[in-house]
Design a protein around this ligand. Structure first.
Ligand SMILES: C[S@@+](CC[C@H](N)C(=O)[O-])C[C@H]1O[C@@H](n2cnc3c(N)ncnc32)[C@H](O)[C@@H]1O
Length: 324
């Protein structure tokens, strides 16, 4: 999917990913004509195209994505809206502050729609889906040196247990880690379906009690570890906080006073980090306003798009608090 042509006008679902909580994100971001909006996770450009239309031809949408194919696709899609100019940056959003400062850009809003896009999970060659047979790769960026297969071959029992417990929050982490170490002596664990089968075996009769496939959490844990997802989110939040401090001190930085930050997470580890950081920034007087509760999708949205089910959106407005 390397930069394949986006279609225009845009039939729903034609882009390989349906944007989640689009209306809520736009409402929280309030993109206006001439603005500079940052989409940290360009994906298939669903949110970015809407931002491009809102900022119009005098505005710009700065796009980050680790996946070169998705970045190119999203940039073309933004340009095809006839709205804002696309500024694609093929790096992790962990470097957002540095990359914007280097270009002298000041953002009026920033969106991060975390995790992976549907076109990535639907591609068996990436090994993100436990349903389709594929190599256990899981790298969103092909330049990342370590794949899931490498981790499964290299980590010892205690390291695997810790990884599955911490990033998958799976109470069966110890049994799964033991099973992996035992079975890889016979045959390296190299495919998605092989791993899914081993995890089911480790669950034993308890697999029947699990609402989702018992390997779901192990897959999540490996994907988070391979792509350092929580490290990147922590770095992004730290960059946002540092820029908000500059706003408070009246110094210039890469975030404009009043800039709006929107983060959509898909599991409790992400949501907890965002919630705690926004609360800490609020206590430090860095935020004018913020969501108190996460915004979640409507029944209609989750019915139409199963991926939206676990989404939680939190927003914050950088700058001095407004009189209540
Ligand atoms: C949920 S999708 C975004 C979908 C997008 N909002 C849309 O409407 O099409 C997440 C995207 O973020 C990218 N991504 C994940 N981690 C990243 C990181 N640390 N830096 C930049 N991009 C990242 C993935 O490659 C994927 O394309």
């Amino acid at each position: 999917m390397q930069g394949d042509e986006p279609t225009h006008p845009e039939p729903a679902g034609a882009h390989g990913h349906e944007p989640v909580l689009l209306e809520a994100a736009l409402e929280a971001l309030q993109p206006g004509p001439g603005g500079t909006m940052v989409d940290c996770t360009a994906g298939r450009g669903g949110h970015a195209a809407a931002l491009g239309r809102s900022v119009g031809s005098s505005g710009q949408v700065v796009l980050f994505d680790l996946d070169p194919g998705n970045l190119a696709y999203a940039a073309k899609r933004v340009e095809s809206t006839g709205g804002g100019q696309a500024v694609p940056i093929g790096r992790s959003f962990a470097a957002v502050g540095r990359e914007l400062s280097r270009r002298g850009l000041v953002a009026n809003g920033l969106l991060a729609d975390l995790g992976f896009a549907s076109n990535q999970v639907d591609d068996p060659a990436r090994g993100l889906s436990l349903k389709a047979e594929g190599p256990l790769d899981m790298r969103l960026d092909p330049a990342i040196p370590t794949s899931a297969k490498d981790l499964l071959a290299r980590l010892d029992h205690a390291e695997l247990r810790e990884l599955i417990r911490r990033y998958g929050e799976d109470p069966a982490a110890d049994r799964i880690a033991r099973k992996i170490v035992e079975k890889r002596r016979d045959k390296p664990i190299e495919t998605t379906t092989h791993l899914a089968r081993l995890v089911r075996e480790a669950y034993g009769s308890r697999a029947r009690e699990s609402r989702v496939h018992p390997a779901t959490r192990t897959f999540q844990a490996l994907r988070i570890a391979v792509n350092d997802e929580l490290g990147a989110l922590e770095a992004l939040l730290a960059e946002v906080e540092a820029a908000a401090q500059l706003v408070r001190d009246g110094a210039s930085g890469w975030l404009a006073p009043g800039a709006r930050i929107v983060i959509i997470g898909f599991h409790s580890l992400e949501d907890r980090m965002v919630k705690q950081r926004f609360a800490a920034m609020d206590r430090a007087g860095l935020l004018g306003d913020r969501s108190r509760k996460p915004v979640v999708p409507s029944h209609e949205e989750t019915r139409a798009n199963a991926r939206a089910r676990s989404a939680k959106l939190r927003w914050a407005k950088v700058g001095p608090s407004e009189p209540r």
